[in-house]
Design a protein around this ligand. Structure first.
Ligand code: NAG
Length: 247
């Protein structure tokens, strides 16, 4: 296995590509899997999402290597992935899978993990990996491209923190899927630009307790959408508010 991957390793080392926008081109990467067949994540990962089944992501998910993760800003982006150039391990009848980025595959400098920079690597749920490749492969060469995300229902906003530090987790974002700017507005304030905290958590120090909240999202494809009065004035920390809108 290690032998057959050497050319791939060299290729990845010399041709580092940035995270592609939604476009028809395929980019080279590699893929492994984590967990077992039922293994979705139910604990908070590096994107900040919680129970992926509850949040609508299910098993159609992947963790991204550092080179693709973009410090969390790639969380929520969707990828079409196909197994390539490996007749022994690729399942020929299946063209591709589509997954949402929901976690980071952390770099591991001790045993030369595929998730170390500058590798473009996907650590898939086992269910997704075994859809395109034979389980025993362990690691496979793949190609990927950004595709629009199809989400059911509106964008959701989970409110955390305290009156002096409001944290907002944005999820279930359709189309581009990855938020790169979030603004919040209380019923008594103007628009306030929130600061990227980690994963898809954004924060502000402005106290908005007791005010109706609206949000304004910019996604990586240059689109923007306003979500007016998503949370009522009696909103609570720990609650999630769903808009009826999506991208
Ligand atoms: C966000 O979207 C708005 C509306 O389209 C646009 O005016 C603004 O420049 C965008 N912000 C960023 C940082 O791209």
């Amino acid at each position: 296995m290690a032998m057959s991957l050497l050319p791939l390793a060299l290729f990845t080392l010399f041709f580092v590509q940035p995270l592609a926008a939604i476009d028809p081109n395929w980019y080279d990467a590699s893929a492994t899997f984590y967990g077992d067949m039922n293994g979705g994540e139910t604990m908070q990962g590096a994107c900040g999402y919680g129970d992926l089944f509850q949040q609508g992501y299910g098993l159609e998910t992947t963790a991204l290597s550092t080179a693709l993760f973009n410090n969390g800003l790639s969380c929520g982006a969707c990828f079409e992935i196909r197994c390539v150039n490996d007749p022994q391990w690729c399942i020929k009848e299946v063209n591709s899978i589509t997954v949402t980025a929901t976690n980071l595959c952390p770099p591991n400098y001790i045993d030369g993990s595929w998730c170390n920079p500058p590798h473009q690597h996907f650590d898939l749920s086992m269910k997704m990996f075994t859809t395109i490749a034979i389980y025993q492969a362990g690691i496979i060469p793949v190609q990927y491209r950004r595709v629009p995300c199809n989400k059911i229902g509106g964008v959701r906003f989970e409110l955390r923190g305290n009156p002096y530090f409001l944290m907002v987790l944005v999820y279930n974002v359709g189309n581009a899927g990855d938020v790169y700017r979030l603004d919040v507005k209380g019923s008594n304030t103007g628009w306030i630009e929130m600061t990227h905290n980690w994963g898809q958590f954004w924060h502000t120090g402005v106290n908005l307790v007791g005010q109706e909240l609206s949000f304004w999202i910019n996604t990586s494809d240059g689109k923007a959408l306003m979500f007016i009065s998503v949370a009522p004035s009696n909103w609570q920390f720990g609650q999630t508010y769903q808009s009826s809108l999506n991208f």
